[in-house]
Design a protein around this ligand. Structure first.
Ligand SMILES: Cc1ncc(COP(=O)(O)O)c(C=O)c1O
Length: 428
């Protein structure tokens, strides 16, 4: 191969995995039953589709009051005072924090994705470790480590329910193993509600996690981006959402080690706005984050639109209620279609936009293929039949054959996507 013209780091980035390779086929042309029936049906990307029109109509109905200064830099890349006031008020109403959130405790940048990278850079040194559950949100490992060079340390749970306090012994052994290999564990990414499992953590597990992090001086980062996507369904094991912020956390963890991430991409169906907010009481961290936030600026127009949404509380509460109802409806339809096809899915989920489905019975390959090769083969067949769901390998699944299926789609799209999955399984 010709020598790269880039730096070592640039060359590694150029050769590594790249979203852009997939984007053309999966994100480029959205499926439409009449206009684009022959493209990929994307039921893999976590977007709150049934609510997009509602939020767009709301913004169109408002006067954005754009004036000259709106087109300038604004107050600075940590979010306008108006945005941080609006977000603090929202969090105080909906997360029921033990101590009220103050706007000054918030830093707002262009998305939670940016925050993960910034937190990796500011909380850990290259070669230090970050604990991640198995399975994990598909982008956590890359987002935290790509720039910071922090090492992902995945925690397997085997037969233990990772939502029970018993999970701690698995975090403990993953931590100990990493430390024995010379990796100092500095962070733990907690996705609550969990992506891709769609479940909330019970209070006693959250307390146990706070104590575990406190004991080992590990920064606990609670990503609660799906907090308002908790829907009502008849699931006997379903656990309601209780924010980490609602605990008197100072009993369990030094507040310098607890950080909270929230954004507008899921609950507000506004992935295009690029708003991600960090709450921390750690003043050093807040300063370090704002020192690099000029690389992660939210534009003033996004900031302004976010303020309008956050400030109309009557409309917003109604929007969140409708979103939860539509999620329950789509979840029910997805389960019905999966049941009809005898496809199993993880039980007990009541949150997020997805189901964790089990296609293990359909893993096939040559005799010497291991199960991950078989998963990849199945994935290629699914893509060949123009349907995208997210394979377990990239999500650090413990065993092959699990996929994340996003049900928050218009009915026709969801039906067509599952139809294509079923067709692929029949042919496979
Ligand atoms: C758990 C989780 N956190 C963060 C994000 C991305 O957030 P943002 O759009 O604010 O970058 C996602 C997107 O899928 C997610 O699932």
């Amino acid at each position: 191969m010709a020598e790269s013209t880039l730096s070592t780091r640039g060359a590694e980035l150029a050769q590594g995995p790249n979203m852009r390779d997939l984007a053309g086929a999966i994100l480029g042309t959205p499926w439409d039953p009449t206009k684009n029936p022959d493209v990929i049906v994307n039921i893999g990307t976590a977007e709150n589709h049934p609510m997009l029109g509602d939020v767009a109509d709301f913004v169109k109905s408002k006067d954005l009051e754009i004036d000259g200064p709106t087109m300038d830099y604004g107050e600075g890349p940590w979010g306008s005072t108006r945005l941080r006031n609006g977000m603090a008020r929202f969090m105080n109403r909906h997360f029921k924090p033990h101590t009220p959130i103050e706007p000054d405790e918030l830093n707002s940048v262009n998305g939670c994705t940016s925050l993960f990278s910034m937190l990796g850079t500011t909380l850990a040194d290259p070669g230090d470790g970050v604990l991640l559950t198995m399975p994990s949100y598909v982008a956590f490992a890359t987002d935290v480590s790509l720039i910071s060079r922090v090492k992902p340390v995945f925690v397997p749970f085997g037969d233990t329910d990772q939502f029970s306090p018993d999970c701690i012994r698995h975090y403990e052994s993953a931590r100990r193993k990493a430390e024995n290999e010379g990796i100092r564990v500095r962070m733990l990414m907690l996705c609550h509600p969990h992506n891709p499992l769609g479940k909330c953590y019970p209070g006693d597990t959250l307390v146990a996690l706070m104590k575990f992090c406190n004991k080992h001086k590990i920064h606990l980062i609670a990503d609660e981006i799906y907090a308002m996507c908790v829907y009502e369904i008849p699931e006997p094991d379903a656990v309601p959402f209780t924010s980490v912020l609602s605990f008197d956390y100072s009993q369990y963890i030094d507040s310098n080690y607890l950080h909270h991430v929230y954004g507008m991409s899921k609950d507000f169906a506004c992935g295009g706005l690029r708003i991600g907010t960090l709450w921390t009481k750690n003043k050093d961290l807040s300063r370090a984050i704002s020192a690099i936030s000029q690389f992660h600026y939210t534009g003033q127009l996004d900031d302004r639109v976010a303020c309008l949404i956050l400030e109309d509380e009557i409309w917003l509460d109604n929007f969140l209620k409708t979103s939860r109802e539509r999620l329950a409806t789509s979840n029910k339809l997805a389960k019905q279609l999966l049941n009809e096809a005898s496809i199993k899915y993880a039980s007990g989920s009541n949150a997020g936009l997805f189901l964790w489905i089990n296609l293990r019975p359909w893993l096939k390959g040559e005799g010497s293929d291991d199960e991950w090769v078989r998963e990849e083969k199945l994935m290629k067949k699914l893509l060949g039949n123009n349907v995208f769901i997210t394979p377990g390998k990239g999500q650090a699944s413990e065993t092959a054959g699990h996929f994340r299926l996003v049900f928050s789609r218009e009915e026709a799209c969801l039906r067509e996507g599952i139809k294509r999955i079923v067709k692929t399984l029949e042919e496979h």
